[in-house]
Write a protein of this length. Structure first.
Length: 401
């Protein structure tokens, strides 16, 4: 689909030598039905975004038409803008950010270069509307890519995303939708008049566990509904001070992984996110493991703190200043852009673990499902964020009271 020179640049930027087999198969299928929309679903970390990027590069470089890339959160917009900008410099196209206060309606017309507009759902809706009003949409836009398409069923923003899809379908503008967690794939593909592609590929294995009180269960996918099997009882905490502040044993679970391995803890809110980060630090101190965690990649963590202070004119979140020396940080939409970017980069190289607010994550239904002990609910919380470049396997562990 891409020329040899463009493919070489893309692979170099992505740090890969070739596409996965499913990616080649999906692209080939879409090429055979290029006039139709495309909906595809692959487990998290399977490489879905790369397929969308190849389709967008094909539009901006060969068809000479702009693309709209809709993602659910501001943080993801910023991440995609950053990763695509490096490609844009090498291949000669533009990347424009539509999130928060950024982005003009309608977008400025470019004479020599085509653009990829990376938008949140709200900004994407505004962009589409402005182009329709100016009678520019069909002339300028060649492809609209929608990440996390399952959010079309979300109570708050689902109607807005559906509204975008209906307008694009009415105007016969090509759409590509992707997600790891679409339940009614066939219905959605029919609604969008799209080709459907699914695959169960995952670059690394995923082991799933559920902790109910002090018992640990493994999740077994042997039938239509996942089942749980008793594995072992978790270690009983003998330290009364730790039990007083952490009766659920979250700190003990985290300490099984860190500091040698990475760990993500998803929280319900920004405040809860910060409190959990501080809680884990306190359990480390009370358990007498402070030296182990402080000394692990100590120079990298000092550099991270110095870089954050440098980018923010000496101002730093007091929670981050307390937790980063232990290899722990929180991540949510309340962080400044420099803080968020540096923390994401440090996590990707394994300098620390992270507590993550679900406000910045595509698993926004997670904690509603964790309130229930029904094993069938596991299907809805199974996918976890991850990248095949970080580790060769992942562990998804849920705590239930």
């Amino acid at each position: 689909m891409l020329g040899a020179a463009v493919e070489k640049v893309l692979f170099k930027h992505k740090g890969i030598e070739r596409l996965y087999e499913w990616q080649e198969e999906c692209l080939k299928k879409h090429e055979e039905h290029s006039s139709r929309n495309l909906v595809y679903s692959v487990p998290t970390s399977g490489g879905k975004t790369l397929v969308a990027e190849i389709l967008m590069l094909n539009e901006v470089l060969y068809a000479k038409r702009d693309c709209i890339f809709i993602v659910p959160f501001v943080s993801i917009v910023q991440e995609k803008v950053s990763s695509l900008s490096a490609l844009a410099l090498s291949l000669g196209f533009l990347v424009e950010e539509y999130a928060g206060s950024r982005g003009a309606y309608p977008p400025t017309k470019r004479r020599k270069k085509n653009s990829i507009y990376v938008c949140t759902i709200e900004k994407g809706s505004g962009l589409v509307n402005s182009l329709i009003e100016e009678n520019r949409l069909k002339d300028e836009i060649g492809l609209v890519v929608i990440d996390e398409l399952h959010l079309i069923g979300e109570p708050r923003r689902g109607a807005l995303l559906e509204n975008i899809c209906v307008k694009l379908k009415k105007l016969q503008l090509k759409m590509v939708g992707m997600s790891a967690t679409i339940g009614n794939l066939k219905d959605l593909a029919k609604f969008l008049d799209a080709e459907l592609y699914t695959h169960d590929f995952r670059p690394g294995s995923l082991k799933e566990f559920v902790k109910i009180q002090n018992e640990l269960f493994s999740v077994v996918h042997t039938s239509a509904e996942p089942e749980i099997e008793f594995l072992r009882c978790s270690r009983v905490e003998s330290n009364k001070d730790i039990m007083a502040i952490d009766p659920d044993g979250l700190g003990a679970l985290v300490r099984e992984a860190v500091p040698k391995n990475s760990c993500l803890v998803f929280c319900q809110s920004k405040k809860n996110c910060e409190n959990v980060a501080k809680l884990i630090v306190e359990t480390i101190v009370l358990a007498g493991e402070e030296h182990i965690h402080r000394s692990h990649k100590e120079s990298e963590k000092k550099s991270l703190l110095e870089s954050i202070k440098l980018e923010t004119n000496g101002s730093i979140c007091p929670v981050l200043e307390r937790t980063i020396p232990f290899g722990i940080a929180h991540h949510h939409s309340g962080l400044t852009s420099p803080e968020r970017k540096l923390i994401e980069e440090a996590y990707s190289v394994g300098s620390y673990m992270s507590t993550k607010s679900i406000e910045t994550s595509p698993v926004s239904q997670l904690f509603d499902e964790l309130k229930s002990k029904r094993p069938e609910a596991l299907k809805k919380v199974q996918p976890i964020p991850g990248e095949s470049t970080i580790d060769h396997f992942g562990i998804s562990e849920e705590h239930r009271k």
